[in-house]
Design a protein around this ligand. Sequence first.
Ligand SMILES: [Zn+2]
Length: 286
Amino acid sequence: MSKDTLNRYLFDNADVRGQIVQLEKSYQEILAAHTYPAAIQGLLGELMAATSLLTATLKFDGDISVQVQGTGPVSLAVINGNNLQQLRGVSRWDGDIPADADIAQLMGQGHMVITLTPTNGERYQGVVALDKPTLAECLEQYFAQSEQLPTAIRLFANGKQAAGMLLQVLPGESDHNAEFEHLEQLTSTIKAEELFELDATEVLHRLYHQEEVRLFDPIDVTFSCTCSRERSGQALRTVAKAELDSILAEQGKIDMGCEYCNSNYSFDSIDVEALFNNAPTSDTQQ
Ligand SMILES: [Zn+2]
């Protein structure tokens, strides 16, 4: 089956839309940057699926960031995405983490921050507490607060694959709660293994075989990092030149690593001089 796709669908006889996201390669690429404990692999996978689903509900071009922060062993986990379904992500943690740790054990007192940044328009930020047993329920809370549309979310990840489903009443159709509740009940029976193993057509047939469902063309989801030598150079220019010179004197070069993809951008004294003289630098990436 084709992995790393987002599928949208609509019910012909109900004002409800749905999405299925199934991830494998892009998920593995995000996990490859660090040796994450199993529980964090799961958290990042669920966040990836959540970000992809959220991105597909946006009505504008731009960037999205879904971030969880807390007082627990995991201080941060974040997935950044855009309307092209290009995702990257990273997590920071401290100490040993049990493989079966739940959200509360991972995050302690935590919250989820969702930032939507349209290419043209105002940035919007929504915050919800991580006070539910699952990330999916916290995200449902976000939709209840921000969009006030009945929304059901399912998220799964096992370190190899990540997947999720979203079911939502169409905007302006909030009177159709009975239909939604019926479809939500059907959707809630989906199991992780089914979303990992079946393609979208089979999932829809299994869940809604008595309904008329229209499935749209799948959209590819990819891992893509936005880091570059140029951006690293821009970051260096915000540091005092004297400080950079002292690192160069000590180490001969300055390494700028990207925590999302492990790329390393190396700047020697000539590169640094060029940065401060506003000239282009040599294009060496190591
Ligand atoms: Zn990168």
